[in-house]
Design a protein around this ligand. Structure first.
Ligand code: NI
Length: 173
């Protein structure tokens, strides 16, 4: 299974709103398998299909302990609380910023086999869901920052570019 290339900030696909998956075909399942490999190869803990150039509503998430889960057509149906935490993104290597997110969420989706799933998440996992579902809507985490912080990051990227890889030990979504 091939490792897919992860699209970076500036690639127009990252700004597309992904379309719902109408049917879980073998092609979609192959995409999921490749996304899992790509996520682990990049040392990420979440990956959205738009990040590998496919505008379909598919996510893979590392739920910890080596468990990887797939979410097809995911939707956040409940949000509670607010918490600020640092985020990074595989499409913006080397860029980190504090982002306000709901503290707890409930997500509904379909799994790789098309079975309905409903999950409660808090902490880092809740943050991963919000970050990845944003990707499916063409939203990047820097869009969630105040204008001053966002402009500072954009200037830095313009001036220095992005590094080839994530810094070692960084958590990226
Ligand atoms: Ni990301």
């Amino acid at each position: 299974m091939p490792i897919l290339s992860i699209r970076r900030y500036g690639d127009p696909i990252l700004r597309r709103r992904a379309a719902p998956v109408a049917e879980i075909t073998p092609e979609v399942q192959r995409l999921i398998d490749d996304m899992v490999e790509t996520m682990y190869d990049a040392l990420g803990i979440g990956l959205a299909a738009t990040q590998v150039g496919v505008a379909l509503r598919v996510l893979v998430v590392d739920a910890g302990g080596g468990a990887v889960r797939t979410y097809i057509n995911p939707e956040i149906v409940e949000r509670h609380g607010e918490v600020v935490g640092e985020e990074g993104c595989l499409s913006l290597p080397g860029i980190f910023a504090d982002v306000a997110r709901a503290e707890r969420v409930v997500v509904e989706a379909r799994d790789r086999e098309g079975r309905p799933v409903r999950e409660r998440a808090e902490g880092l996992l809740a943050r991963v869901f919000q970050h990845e579902i944003d990707h499916l809507d063409g939203i990047l985490f820097i869009d969630r920052l105040d204008k001053v912080s966002r402009d500072r990051i954009k200037r830095r990227i313009k001036k220095e570019g992005l590094p080839d890889e994530m810094p070692a030990g960084a958590t990226a979504l």
